[in-house]
Design a protein around this ligand. Structure first.
Ligand code: ADP
Ligand code: MG
Length: 438
């Protein structure tokens, strides 16, 4: 369906957090000849859709239906607007045949850093001198490092320099689907005309060609046709061609005719620069130390970095708090890997308490009932209950197999004692500190 199609498009271009935050919660409520009414949960969502997604909705609907339809966003539980009442948002003027390119993925918005400067330089060369120097240009690297962004940037730049240039961007899956559909619908002729008449062909994520024999065959011919005409080809993959399983040798060798450049994860400075750029373009006020904090926490890929920023932004809007480092920490808590301090063991408590009162761990765990040992034993039990998640029976077991009521009794006794005995109170505080800091 149309909505599914839009969802898939957003899934491709947004981070998972963004997708979950903004797209999942939206519901299409009505589609007319001119408008689509989309229901969202809050005004924050409405703003976000209006500012960031509306154009893409128009483009996506056009791709799917060939009609120009504008979205109207309404907040849940508000009255459904009548179409005449609200003026539909005009999409940015822009040629629809280039709708496959994401307007945000340009050279202007691409931050250059150590991990991508080679790739960026090669991309610029290819945009300016297509088909002559690096053909094909092949980017490879992990997810979310900017391969797709650079590819689109090449497309935009080329159109900027030569407005009549025919640019086609597809994922390898789209290429495969188009090919298979052309066979089923007997439109192979059309398929070939479409793919072999372009000036720039961008095929993203070709690792998904693995295992697709027929598609590889067809791509081989597409490649040759374009190459012979000196048309530029740009490819991306998560790995080098020779590492893609079941990629035909003749494709591997052709891909090696041009230039392969890898993109590696950004260093901290680049991550901060990317966040700063993003914050500026979204007009967000974020202090430098907060940007550094976020960049320090998310070091895997740029899509996640952007997702983190969206999350912080949403958190700040929902809670009505300014963006600070502590707000960012709260917002990111649930998505960061939890490296809780290592759980304190009962054994560590026994050792520390034993040393402090100059008895042995064996005595603490034993049965001797002399006062010099009983009190430290009870203190160790008390601290075991206070400072670990262990159950009473578990604590009893660690103290030489005592009953859970013994542990509870010890706990109550110490708890009562520290209220009256300030020396004991101090001692227990000291012990707790010691244990927590280790
Ligand atoms: P890939 O295709 O390698 O998986 P993408 O090109 O989709 O990665 O990039 C993921 C996100 O990170 C996109 O939103 C993109 O705009 C952004 N991004 C990646 N690299 C950069 C960069 N150098 N500067 C600014 N944004 C970047
Ligand atoms: Mg990509």
């Amino acid at each position: 369906s149309l909505w599914r199609y839009l969802q898939e498009k957003f899934k491709e271009s947004l981070s998972k957090v963004s997708y979950d935050t903004w797209i999942d919660s939206a519901v299409p409520v009505r589609l007319t000849e001119t408008n689509i009414i989309i229901e969202v949960p809050s005004s924050l969502h409405k703003d976000y859709w209006q500012n960031n997604l509306a154009t893409r909705v128009v483009e996506g609907i056009y791709e799917f239906t060939n009609k120009e339809i504008s979205p109207i966003f309404m907040i849940k539980n508000e009255e459904v607007p009548t179409i005449e009442q609200e003026r539909p948002i005009r999409p940015e003027k822009k040629p629809f045949k280039q709708a496959q390119l994401n307007s945000k993925y340009t050279f202007d918005t691409f931050v250059i850093g150590k991990g991508n400067q080679m790739a960026h330089a090669a991309a610029l060369v290819v945009a300016e001198e297509p088909g002559t120097i690096y053909n094909p240009l092949f980017f490879y690297g992990g997810v979310g490092l900017g391969k797709t962004h650079l590819m689109h940037a090449i497309g935009h730049q080329m159109i900027q320099l030569r407005p009549d240039a025919k640019v086609k961007y597809v994922s390898s899956e789209t290429f495969a689907n188009d090919f298979i559909n052309s066979i089923q619908n007997r439109t192979q002729e059309q398929f070939r005309n479409e793919y072999r008449s372009v000036d720039l062909l961008l095929v993203d994520d070709i690792q998904f060609f693995a295992d697709k024999e027929g598609t590889q065959e067809e791509f081989f011919h597409t490649f040759n046709a374009l190459y012979d005409e000196r048309k530029q080809i740009v490819l991306t993959s998560d790995r080098l061609p020779n590492e893609i399983p079941k990629l035909q040798e003749r494709l591997v060798s052709r891909f090696a005719w041009g230039l392969s450049v890898d993109i590696t994860p950004p260093d901290l400075e680049t991550r901060i620069a990317i966040l700063r750029n993003k914050a500026n373009s979204e007009r967000l006020e974020i202090p430098d130390d907060t940007l550094s904090y976020i960049a320090g926490q998310i070091d895997s890929n740029i899509r996640e970095l952007e997702g983190a920023l969206v999350r912080v932004q949403a958190f700040s809007a929902i809670q009505g708090r300014d963006i600070t480092t502590s707000l960012a920490a709260d917002a990111l808590k649930s998505i960061l890997p939890t490296d809780k301090p290592k759980a304190l063991s009962i054994y560590a408590i026994q050792q520390t308490v034993a040393k402090f009162y100059q008895v042995t761990v064996e005595e603490i765990k034993g049965k001797k009932r002399t006062k010099g040992i009983v009190v430290p034993r009870q203190i160790a039990m008390y601290l075991s209950r206070e400072l670990t998640d262990s159950s009473l029976p578990k604590i009893g077991q660690e103290f030489g197999g005592k009953d859970h009521t013994t542990v509870l009794h010890a706990y109550d006794k110490i708890q009562a004692a520290i209220k009256k005995d300030s020396t004991l109170n101090e001692e227990i505080k000291t012990l707790s500190e010691k244990l927590k800091n280790n």
